[in-house]
Design a protein around this ligand. Structure first.
Ligand code: FES
Length: 93
């Protein structure tokens, strides 16, 4: 199973534990999760209001209308998987 997760942060979160400083990835691109590996630098040139997909080290712009349409339709698909039984309880197929 796969999923698409949208991240909008472009910098890591600085965390101090017991005098030690760690940087937690907030951009979603690190190859060393949950820690930042500097990959967030790829996000610096992103334009406000646009949605991007990162795959195999390359960046692709995703149509915002397409991504919102896909997201809106997800609820419909999940609703189709459920059927209501005669006693009113929901059951999955
Ligand atoms: S914040 Fe994700 S790699 Fe740095």
């Amino acid at each position: 199973m796969a999923r698409i997760v949208i991240h909008s942060e472009k910098k890591p979160f600085k965390l101090e534990i017991g005098g030690e400083v760690k940087y937690i990835c907030m951009c979603g691109l690190s190859k060393n999760m949950p820690f930042c590996d500097g990959s967030h630098k790829q996000c610096e040139s992103e334009e406000e209001g646009k949605v991007y997909e990162y795959s195999d080290g390359q960046r692709f712009e995703v149509s915002r209308e397409e991504s919102e349409e896909e997201y809106d339709n997800k609820g419909d698909e999940e609703d189709d998987d459920e059927e209501e039984s005669e006693d009113g309880d929901s059951e999955e197929e």
